[in-house]
Ligand binder design. Structure first.
Ligand SMILES: Nc1nc2c(c(=O)[nH]1)N[C@H]1C(S)=C(S)[C@@H](COP(=O)(O)OP(=O)(O)OC[C@H]3O[C@@H](n4cnc5c(=O)[nH]c(N)nc54)[C@H](O)[C@@H]3O)O[C@H]1N2
Ligand SMILES: Nc1nc2c(c(=O)[nH]1)N[C@H]1C(S)=C(S)[C@@H](COP(=O)(O)OP(=O)(O)OC[C@H]3O[C@@H](n4cnc5c(=O)[nH]c(N)nc54)[C@H](O)[C@@H]3O)O[C@H]1N2
Ligand code: SF4
Ligand SMILES: [Mo]
Length: 700
């Protein structure tokens, strides 16, 4: 069909961000010429964040990969020559066939992906079908959210239902608990501000770091990293001790209230809580009282706080608080971790049944171990990376890079840009941007289902993830009916559970965004019924006991904690947090000139006393190191952390960083207490002056 000369499309921001914005894109003569926030969308409300406001620069960047390539230099150098799609696809299928037919079998092939795009089609549909059908190893996608997800589910049940974000302006007390909402969930922040304006809500942030959100909050509570569960248990102590618990809600909507009450009253008095968390007793007392009495109160939990060994238990513990204070009664009240569980898309999109029984699963946090042959099962001989940049974002980076350097490893990377990971590829494939392919979106920060049309034709020879998997499946001789067109896939996905009733492809194409079949001011647990085995909020969890955990909330210290690991802390005394820089989305945009100019050079924010005792001054280049590796950053004495804590925001690309390594050269691949989650913020380091500091820093 010929395209009209000028048209306006409603596209969806594809980034891994809870806000899932609606973008209005004007296309003239086949080229996107304007992009802005959709004023009609209930959550986007007309604005995009600083990262995406100039997305057209990214789409039309001269640095986009435009055709397939094969490696001509040593691995890691990033030297390639152009090849045809035909040669690229033939090379991949020949290598995959050879590995699959070998004694190691198809499980020696490992897909590796995360959420470069959140679209249901391009992130988890034909890719999963292809690798399942091939019999490849499965990937456990644990790098971000798995500890908190499982901890939350133990408490409130599967589906992880959350307070309705659109009802947040009703709240009177809003807690950002380990959530840098201003930058990571900016449209929710604007609803929090509305709660402050409308009803005088108090905004609190619980964060070891004076984050941009903490700075703009009414109250900043600054615990030691990884001690949130102890803080939550201390709050419960005060709430029960002072008779502020919601006894009616506890009696009808929870199991284990008495057991939990006994535990917190005996084990978590304010003085002990203060000793573990470094939060003073007055703060604990006041915080507890206000959380209980300023109703509706909301706890916005985010994933930052669960990147510690005890992260799963911490989320599980904090998720008990709304039941103790009865805040689930009110629209907007309760807790919010993710709204994604409300989307009951049909699971046949990924066809798990195609994977042969007994196929191993590789935890993506252990990519280094997998490539080093340290995990059970056959060696990894072929790796297919898409929607992710593991050379920059994965923990224990030195080990990951050693693996990627293996001459006997065949690596395919499907990307839009020549990332750090691309430099290690044998075959590079060019990917489409969100304006060049069709997709269907849920969200993890609101309750709309959204449709993303292809507003422009693919640039150069770029192809979408699904188009590539369709082509590969064809060459492998897989059944065509497993790899249908995108419209068929969307119809299958929408043929899901009750929340999708009435949400059709036709409506989505016409309206762009359609609310899930949920009432306005949705309050998931107002009636006190939870989708757990007991039908109640499980303060005591029989399931956890069976899974080998303490059935009651408890405090699990970090792996690398000065209080519990004094020997390690004697060598590496500083707890290093590495949350994202506001200008970047993980490592996405870290190559964009505009975003880099805004972000500036890598920094390490330290307490004055920690710098002084090391002879470091503000602005100086430092080396941050531990036994796993090191990176360079400029010392920043910005009064954002307590002594003993430092912050290096990221995620910079290695090849664009001084010293060519980033913060993940120090982070650990140890797993969290539950869910096999990442522990990026559970990281002891030492800091010293960089010996060969350039007087003029490299321009990054
Ligand atoms: N601008 C921007 N937005 C993003 C992203 C991005 O990279 N850039 N990433 C997206 C993704 S993938 C995700 S998962 C979400 C994450 O969203 P958030 O969870 O908000 O992200 P973080 O900034 O990683 O962590 C939030 C805060 O947790 C704090 N924190 C660290 N350790 C602890 C602790 O032990 N206790 C407490 N209470 N706080 C702690 C950090 O200092 C940080 O300020 O954001 C999404 N949005
Ligand atoms: N130290 C430290 N490390 C962290 C974190 C941290 O806070 N601190 N955060 C962690 C978290 S929360 C997460 S979620 C992970 C994120 O890790 P990743 O998911 O790897 O995220 P990105 O760095 O954004 O890389 C996504 C890549 O996908 C590409 N891409 C985008 N769209 C498409 C597409 O349609 N097709 C293909 N083939 N590619 C596409 C983008 O160009 C980009 O390079 O990082 C984790 N790593
Ligand atoms: S706030 Fe999030 S969803 Fe909205 S434009 Fe920015 S990155 Fe995209
Ligand atoms: Mo994430």
């Amino acid at each position: 069909m010929p395209r009209p000369a000028s048209a306006v499309f409603k596209n969806v921001c594809p980034l891994d961000c809870p806000d899932t914005c609606s973008m209005k894109v004007t296309v003239r003569d086949g080229a996107a010429v304007e992009l802005k926030g959709d004023a009609e969308h209930p959550f986007t409300r007309g604005f995009l964040c600083q990262k995406m406001a100039r997305y057209l620069d990214r789409v039309y960047s001269p640095d986009r990969l435009m055709h397939p390539m094969k490696r001509v230099g040593p691995k890691g150098e990033g030297r390639f020559e152009r090849i045809s799609w035909d040669e690229a696809l033939a090379t991949i299928t020949e290598r995959f066939d050879a590995v699959a037919q070998s004694a190691d079998g198809p499980q020696a092939i490992l897909p590796y992906s995360y959420y470069g795009t959140m679209g249901k089609l391009q992130a988890s549909s034909l890719d999963r079908r292809f690798f399942h059908r091939l019999g490849a190893s499965k990937l456990d996608r644990t790098i971000c959210a798995s500890a908190g997800t499982i901890g939350y589910e133990y408490t409130v049940g599967p589906g992880r239902l959350s307070a309705d974000p659109l009802a947040v302006p009703n709240c009177r007390f809003v807690v950002n608990w380990g959530s840098n909402t201003v930058n990571t969930n900016s449209h929710l922040w604007s609803l929090m501000i509305e709660a402050r304006k409308r009803g005088g809500a108090t905004i609190v942030t619980v964060d070891p770091y004076l984050s941009p959100t903490a700075r703009r909050s009414d109250w900043h509570i600054q615990p030691r990293p990884g001690t949130d569960a102890a803080l939550a248990l201390g709050l419960m102590h005060v709430i029960w001790r002072d008779g502020l618990a919601d006894d009616d809600y506890l009696a009808r909507a929870t199991v284990g209230a008495e057991l939990l009450r006994d535990r917190v009253l005996s084990d978590y008095p304010p003085d002990r809580t203060a000793a573990i968390t470094s939060v003073n007793i007055d703060t604990i007392e006041t915080f507890a009282r206000r959380l209980a009495t300023d109703q509706p109160s909301l706890i916005r939990l985010n994933y930052g706080m669960q990147r510690h060994h005890g992260g799963g238990m911490a989320v599980r513990t904090i998720a008990c608080l709304p039941a103790v204070v009865g805040s689930w009664r009110h629209p907007g009240g309760g807790a919010m971790l993710s709204t994604s569980g409300a989307y009951d898309f049909d699971p046949r999109l990924t066809r798990p049944d195609l994977s042969p029984p007994g196929t191993r699963t590789v935890n993506m946090n252990q990519l280094g171990e997998a490539l080093a042959g340290e995990l059970p099962g056959p060696p990894v001989r072929a790796l297919y990376v898409y929607n992710s940049n593991p050379a920059a974002v994965a923990p224990n980076q030195a080990k990951v890079l050693r693996g990627l350097l293996r001459e006997d490893l065949f690596t395919v990377v499907h990307e839009l840009f020549a990332t750090d990971t691309v430099d290690y590829a044998d075959v590079v494939l060019p990917a489409t941007s969100q304006l060049e392919h069709v997709d269907l979106h849920g969200s993890y920060g609101h309750h709309e289902v959204m449709y993303n049309p292809a507003a422009i034709n693919p640039l150069g020879e770029c192809r979408s993830n699904n188009d590539v998997f369709r082509a590969l499946a064809g060459r492998m001789g897989f059944e065509p009916d497993i790899f249908p067109d995108d419209r068929t896939l969307m119809r299958e996905a929408l043929d899901g559970g009750p929340n999708l009733r009435g949400v059709t492809l036709e409506r989505l194409e016409a309206e762009g965004s359609v609310r899930l079949n949920l009432p306005e001011n949705y309050a998931p647990f107002a009636d006190g019924v939870f989708p757990t085995p007991s039908g109640k909020c499980e303060l005591y969890s029989e399931r956890m006991l069976r899974d080998g955990f303490d059935p009651l909330p408890t405090y699990i210290p970090p792996h690398e904690d000065p209080q519990t690991k004094p020997d390690l802390a004697a060598k590496f005394p500083i707890q290093l947090l590495s949350p994202p820089r506001p200008q970047f989305l993980n490592s996405t945009f870290a190559n964009s000139p505009r975003h880099r100019a805004g972000a500036g050079e890598p920094t390490i924010e330290m307490a004055d006393s920690d710098a002084r005792s090391r002879g470091l001054v503000d602005g100086q280049w430092a080396e941050v190191f531990n036994a796993r590796g090191s990176f360079r950053a400029r010392v920043s004495l910005s009064k954002t952390v307590r002594p003993g804590v430092a912050v290096a925001t990221g995620i910079y690309w290695n090849k664009l960083s001084p010293g060519r390594s980033n913060v993940n050269s120090t982070t650990s691949s140890a797993l969290s207490d539950m869910g096999g989650g990442a522990t990026f913020f559970d990281n002891l380091v030492e800091v010293r002056a960089a010996v060969d500091s350039p007087t003029e820093p490299p321009s990054v």
